[in-house]
Design a protein around this ligand. Sequence first.
Ligand SMILES: [Zn+2]
Length: 580
Amino acid sequence: MAEPIRYRVDLADRVHHLVRVTVVVPQDLARGGRVVLSVWTPGSYVVRDYVHHVQTIAAHDADGDAVPLGRDGGTAWRLPEEAPGPVEVTLELYANDLTVRTNHVDDHHALLIPAATFPYVEGGEDRPHEVHLPPFPADHTVYSLLPAGPAPDTYVAEHRDHLIDSAFEVGDLPTLDFEVAGVPHRFVWAGHGGAPDLDRVANDATAIGEACLALFGGDLPTDHYTYLTVGWDTGGGGLEHRDGTVLQMPIHVFQDEDLYARFQTLLAHEYLHLWNVKRLVPAALVRPAYDRPTRSESLWVAEGWTAYYDELLPTRAGVWTTTRLLDTLASTWQRVSENPGAHRQSLRQASYEAWIKHYVHDENSPNVMTDYYGHGSLVAFELDLRLRAADPTGDGLDAVFTSLWQRHARTEDGYTEDDVLEAIAAHGGDELAALVETRVAVPGLPELDEVVRTVGLVWGEKGGPATPSLGVRVEESDAGVTFASVLRDGPAWRAGVTGGDRLVAIDGRTVARGLLDVTLRAHDPGDTVEVAVARGPRLLHLPVTLGEPVPTRTLRPADDATDVQRGAFARWAGQPLPES
Ligand SMILES: [Zn+2]
């Protein structure tokens, strides 16, 4: 039996955001051995160069004598050819970046993201990886997604990839244990304060979990699941792991219904990844490299379909109203369709280029890229509706998803885009598969105008005052209004306004936070206003001819929905079609 790769973690200096991590390079891998820190973590497709946070690194032999350690590329180190016996390599890491993909260690807690924490030993990737992580201070608790090992304070991963897929949290933290389908689940609240409603979370997570299980059938694909949830004053997001998730929300999430609704979609989204992504894996991500980007063209399934179901499943679970579902679908349409980039970047490109576009936003992003989450979910919505139109008593996209699961889950090769199209063809015919192929390969939006009728819905427009359009995205603060982005070919774009310009005045009058729309409503579309902006050191006066208001679409029940459509809605949403 090959020696496992062993790690020790020391949190004694957590108050200064410092973590000391030691990896023991086994004797048989020490000579000329290579130790590598990952540059990204699965589920978040951008090079993060975790090596940035390495403060010091040093190697010692079993007697404590220093072993020279050479740099070998940007993120790896090499031991000498004459390295004696096993070698311990110790890194001091700075950990003060609270996101679900980065380390954060302070007086309150320690969130350790393995890719950012544990350098791997080349050649030892397939061996068991053991982590010795005693709590500090001693009365805190370690929450691991890994099973505990035989030694105290030790956790064991089957191999390197399992370790990288298993975050740690340490603290004196509110937790609640519950079961979904007989499987133990644990919710850990690592918010920096807040008043978590643990019972509500457990009820919702159980209902959502059962809805996920009903979608795929069979047993839960894990024997334990842990939600590590961090909280701060702002921010949000989630990252899937093999047997759990790391979530982040503002600490007042439990007191704000709209924020909480977003949290419910996060619970559903990451839980769905237990199936989609973690076990039903895009081919390129089955055995990824961690020292460079691993690109996939299938994120429109991996994330787009997951994003579609993360709203549908809370509805099926009964924790969302159908009104919230319809409002959310309509706002996804609005957000995606207003981006000029949806007509310039295909979903396939968006997926492949996630590393350089989706995760690397700038002021021009809305013009050149589309979002494989939102855009992907709209394509999933269209596909689902067309399948249900062909068979109103069938299970639509659920059936395609399930058959992909049955054929390709936990396989050596994962699934390819062709496998997805094949499954669509098997359920909906070649023509529908060809349509989806077009939706993925060609920039542009799906056609949802008529097909929503399948489930008894119609599009409408929100009433209320109409605002002549500037064609901008704004960021507001107490300091005023900034044009975060200027949408290509819109009114501001044509006048030469640029993303990043700070709005100083319109027609000689300043515009404070929250007052841009009312200022514009004093004008009619076609009017020319003088927009004064500060751009770096310059003050510019630009005449902008206002455009037609952009209508806000709504999705609502049709007055004349038929019984078949009502039946299809109930099968789709898990609740009856609401009254119009
Ligand atoms: Zn996701």
